[in-house]
Design a binder for this molecule. Sequence first.
Ligand SMILES: Cc1ncc(COP(=O)(O)O)c(C=O)c1O
Ligand code: FES
Length: 396
Amino acid sequence: MFQQPVYLDNNATTACDPRVVETMLPYFSQIYGNAASRSHSFGWAASEAVDLAREQVAALIGATKQEIIFTSGATEAINLAIKGAYEMYAGKGNHIITVATEHKAVLDTCEHLAKKGARITFLPVEASGLIDLQKLEDAISPDTILISVMFANNETGVIQPIREISQIARKHQVIFMSDATQAVGKIPVNVNDLGIDILTLSGHKFYGPKGVGALYIRRRDPRVRLVAQLDGGGHERGLRSGTLNVPGIVGLGKASQLSMLEMERDIQHILPLRDKLENALLQLEQTFRNGTAQHRLPHTCNLSFNYLESEVLMMTYNRKIALSSGSACTSASMEPSHVLKAMGLSDEMAYASLRFGLSRFTTEEEIDFTIQTMLEGVEELRGKSIAWELYKDSLS
Ligand SMILES: Cc1ncc(COP(=O)(O)O)c(C=O)c1O
Ligand code: FES
């Protein structure tokens, strides 16, 4: 048995890599200058560290350092991107296209703008979790100012056809933004190859610290401009005022560098473990994968166990495995997952779902233990379920 539960909630957040922590440490109490202070060596040292981190983050996504704006995380970057674009292009139009399965940071920001007069299209998804490109193209109108489609879903890991989406956006001269919070650092993401105009990312999803993220904005294209949402000292080229979180930014830079160097190795380690777990659990009766198997993050797996309340399983076994049924922010809510509902699942099947998120630190022993615990747990809890009993009776 493990001392701590096996941690399989890595889509909610990852452990900070010890190498990241080590790189950050001096920036708390030794190199503690304000990166904006230009008159002494404390400030210069902090500014140099931020500059290096900016290069490291830019390199991870194929951008240039001038195109990176540091923020407090993906939520802030998303707010800046969507609200900033809405304000910037108010004269041109008020229509934003997004997708029903986006993270709440995108959905709620769009809802907020809807109250201020924006017209929002929430595209549906197929059972696979993928959008229909024709529906996207049909939704575009002359007043469309922004298309916002997430790179990979946080609950199912489903990866949207980003290149095709960007081609459609380009054809119609609409800015294309992608919330790549779950993809960056885990799979290759290159803003130029993929034609992404605005991208958001967050340190704590790829072994960096919490409370730091970044916005990429295609600077070379004069069409892509945003209105700042925080006013103040004019930091980050006027787009995000506020003293920079130097240790956090250093950590985000280091995490980016490590991901660049180790991404292939991480995928080769994680993918077979994810597949082992998924294949073993799919052997259980009435157990189904949510989302396409092909276009999916290598570390994510979302399954529904019919006739099981996943909440009960999580609570019964949370001393053995740390899991969630969907996104962390909404895990306290009793609503069924909006992502699974948009994919056409019934409430029952959405309530029967579990998300398994692996990381570079997940071991084969942990996966074997998880398989064993899940097989026992599902059998035990279904054994107590009247619905399951009725189902079994119906078979005989
Ligand atoms: C897809 C996606 N977007 C945005 C966020 C929000 O990121 P942050 O925690 O950095 O605000 C998350 C985190 O759960 C996410 O998974
Ligand atoms: S941390 Fe992922 S939904 Fe909030």
